[in-house]
Design a protein around this ligand. Sequence first.
Ligand SMILES: [Mn+2]
Length: 329
Amino acid sequence: MKSRKKRAVRMMAIRSEIASLLLKKKRILLLCHVTPDGDCIGSLLALGRALKRLDKEVIMACEDDIPSFLKFLPQEGELIKTEDVTQSFDIAIAIDSADSNRLGDKGLELFKTQDLTINIDHHSSNPNYGAINYVDPKRSATGEIIMDLILDLGLKLDEKLSEPLYTALFTDTGGFRFSNTTAQTLEKAAKLVKAGANPAFISSEIHEHKSPGYFKLLALAFNRITLVEKICYTWISFKEVEDLGLDFGAAEELSTYMKMMANIEIAIVFKEKEKNLVKVSLRSQSSYNVATLAEKFGGGGHPKAAGCVIEAPLNTAINQVLAKAKEVS
Ligand SMILES: [Mn+2]
């Protein structure tokens, strides 16, 4: 209990240090990770909008395109590509990025070359790569930390801030279903709804705008689900994604569906991004720690949800992960 209290005090001290730096400095760069998700885009937009209200010069940048299910969040031109960032900043903040490499090539270069770097995240595998690090694995989403930070900055939550924050919490908890959902998460979600976030609208934007191709892709993947002992896996090739007119970020929740299968330990989705580049999504249904497995391939994440990228043909990647999966438990 004592050490838990000490930790909470230390975390609060780091947060207020970050808040006072943000109040002092003028030019701030916010960066999210590659293949951005609802937590990083939502956190980025909420913090960026908050800082603009404090008359800061804010640039919000992402290495990759925003996936279609999150296009309802940013306003036109609000979020730019890292390759279009030309100015320099007093502070660069990495948001929700478990590792500095997750910022992308250009993102990492931008991050490293600014005066002060801050790393705000909730992945336990985060190696504290910033000059200042606020990494709290007890939070369901980075959005929880950003919400506290915005309140520390003395701002009031309204619809423009609460919509992206609610999206962050909602997506990283799988709609408040995953084991990372805590009383604190739900209390925060309730505050966000009171401040103007519309749960039905946000949920519908995220889940109910699927193209016919999306269902065809799921059908392909479901059809070839394979069970090896308590491991359930499937795969998708980049050609299939392309032929259905989808982008790489499509069917991201495939691993969540797979996890619904009874009596499995882990679910794995192998998704080929391009030739010889495979994104691996790992989900645990048990005490099996998938972050440990992901780390063996240079990836990371949470004990029950993790991922890695393997440079190899699809078949080789599958065999490598299955072989290692049996060593971890
Ligand atoms: Mn997250």
